[in-house]
Design a protein. Structure first.
Length: 224
């Protein structure tokens, strides 16, 4: 049976913080605030957008999460999504995984339409068998539901599939559906966060991603 690798987007394939920050600031302005341009959002990237905007709004005593999300998405869909840069070596890692016969799928909490635009813009879309993200309605906002959807839609075996991501949500989501989780250390999550979440293995550099993923799905990963 073919082995599959499901990959997160923000903090795993791309540094999306510049575009996300710009859209957060635009959303705050749309709600009448004068935001601090140096707002640090890196540690809040990864979970669903509603969670991010709730955290951002807290310091303003504002609970208009729905309005903020709508303003964010309008800005992000127009220009924010262009503020994403692939981590050095990610393109080569994707090419290497594809070449070794692994089937690649994107599984992100970002809106699916934005994720597709980003992968097209970076010329990464051709590496993926499927691109999956959150959708209007909210039923795929959280990683366990999203990963279950990807596995079901493509008929993938959890035991022959691997989730790769930079935050605890990626690891816990993988374990919730019977997959293993590979944590990457160049994104927005910390080593401690990933270890506490129970990552089955960690990888330090995009240059080592393909070999780490291949060893895990082949069942050759080192114990511990």
């Amino acid at each position: 049976m073919t082995c599959s690798v499901l990959l997160d987007l923000d903090g795993t394939l791309i540094d999306s913080s510049p575009g996300i920050l710009a859209s957060c600031l635009a959303a705050l302005r749309a709600l009448g605030h004068e935001p601090d341009e140096t707002l640090d959002i890196r540690r809040t990237i990864g979970p669903p957008l509603e969670d991010l905007m709730q955290i951002v709004l807290q310091s303003y005593g504002d609970d208009r999460v729905g309005e903020a999300v709508a303003a964010y998405r309008q800005h992000y869909g127009e220009i924010g999504f262009l503020g994403s840069m692939p981590y050095p070596g990610i393109g080569k890692a994707l090419e290497e995984m594809k070449r070794t016969g692994l089937r690649l799928y994107l599984a992100t909490s970002k809106r699916e339409i934005f994720a597709s635009r980003i992968l097209d813009h970076l010329e990464f879309a051709a590496y993926f068998e499927g691109i999956h993200g959150s959708v209007p309605g909210g039923e795929l906002d959280h990683k366990p539901e999203l990963l279950a959807h990807v596995l079901s839609k493509h008929g993938l075996s959890p035991s022959r599939s691997l989730m790769v991501g930079d935050r605890r949500h990626d690891i816990s989501g993988a374990h919730a559906v019977g997959m293993r989780g590979l944590g990457v250390l160049w994104g927005y999550g910390t080593r401690d966060e990933l270890e506490t979440a129970g990552a089955d293995q960690l990888v330090d550099s995009p240059a080592d991603l393909a070999s780490a993923a291949l060893s895990m799905v082949d069942g050759k990963e080192a114990s511990g």
